[in-house]
Design a protein around this ligand. Structure first.
Ligand SMILES: Nc1ncnc2c1ncn2[C@@H]1O[C@H](COP(=O)(O)OP(=O)(O)OP(=O)(O)O)[C@@H](O)[C@H]1O
Ligand SMILES: [Mg+2]
Length: 317
């Protein structure tokens, strides 16, 4: 067995706020194997983006990161110097940030943005290299001379993916890389992302809202709720036998093509990240919550083959 590319234990991100610390990411842990595809799902505000920003050490004050360990290819990311970090980003681990297309520099051509990336890593850039990268994501070479505003949303997302793979990183973090696109383009862009990820042999963490789209793409899924990882396991077992009531609701909330019922959200709201009541964070929305759930927070524990859940009733599920 090869070693994991990412090893994360007790990763937390706190934002200092006037109401006290907000626990945006609360002691999460997981490993990512080479070439593995992990999906992170959860409602808005559950801490998905904060998690991948923390992995890139891109959390800015008033945010603070802490972890028992956070290793990329065996190296402690939290111990890297600013210069080491600069050399690591994109080269060993890259991020397609949420709303990536608006992160493209509006006053530079696409080619100039590739050239900047190569220069920042002491590498030579030439038109053939850029054309090859663009071709990999299904874009013609002339896109290089275009400005971002001259491209469609789907084309811009492809450019962001090409930038993310340009230096053949070991890990790609893709934060909702298709959410601003229409359904057909979403599927095409995701297929491209999956293909280039396999070609360069990278592992990927894909963040998404669409459980159905996710199920087709990833090997393993992690469900986040109120900053915690509440269930993780192989995508097949999580879909076939979800153990956490929140995961069940997320899957139950999948709009079905056959039943034409209206899409139902999950009733209730997540707890405040600053004023956290004792017990399970899901208790106020959980149909099964009892006195124990109000008193004691369930730890993430093994409930099946490579399948973990944080619910007192997981075994009964
Ligand atoms: N600078 C900040 N100060 C205080 N709280 C913050 C700050 N940035 C993010 N948060 C909080 O951290 C929590 C997690 O946010 P995050 O963006 O990670 O959620 P998400 O799961 O990516 O949501 P979405 O699906 O909407 O993208 C949210 O409650 C958010 O309000
Ligand atoms: Mg987000």
């Amino acid at each position: 067995m090869s070693a994991p590319v990412l090893e994360i234990a007790d990763l937390s991100v706190r934002y200092r706020t006037p109401k006290g610390p907000a626990f945006a990411v609360d002691s999460i842990g997981f490993n990512l194997m080479p070439r593995e595809r992990l999906g992170l799902v959860g409602e808005s505000g559950s801490g998905k983006s904060t998690t991948v920003l923390a992995l890139m050490r891109m959390i800015r004050p008033p945010g603070e990161i802490s972890a028992r360990h956070m290793r990329l290819e065996g190296r402690d990311v939290l111990a890297l110097s600013t210069e080491e970090l600069r050399r690591t980003r994109f080269a060993r681990m890259s991020l397609v940030p949420q709303g990536a297309m608006s992160s493209l520099n509006p006053v530079l051509t696409i080619g100039a943005q590739f050239a900047d990336l190569f220069a920042a890593h002491g590498q030579k850039s030439d038109t053939a290299r850029i054309a090859k990268l663009l071709a990999r994501v299904g874009l013609p070479a002339h896109v290089s001379s275009r400005f971002p505003h001259e491209l469609s949303g789907g084309m811009k997302q492809r450019v962001c993916i090409a930038l993310a793979i340009a230096l053949t990183p070991a890990v790609i973090l893709a934060d909702e890389p298709t959410s601003a696109l229409d359904v057909v383009v979403q599927k095409q862009v995701l297929a491209t992302l999956g293909r280039v990820q396999q070609e360069i042999g990278a592992a990927i963490i894909l963040i998404g809202h669409d459980m159905a789209l996710m199920a087709h793409f990833v090997d393993r899924i992690g469900v986040m709720y109120a900053g915690r990882l509440v269930e993780t396991g192989p995508v097949k077992s999580v879909f076939a036998a979800p153990k956490h009531p929140y995961t069940k609701m997320l899957i139950g909330a999948l709009p079905s093509l056959t039943e034409k019922r209206a899409f139902q959200g999950i009733p209730g709201v997540p707890p405040s990240l600053t004023d956290r009541p004792p017990g399970c964070p899901f208790q106020t929305r959980c149909p099964a919550a009892d006195a124990r759930c109000r008193a004691e927070a369930p730890a993430l524990r093994q409930v099946g083959a490579a399948h973990d859940a944080a619910c007192h009733f997981a075994e009964a599920a």
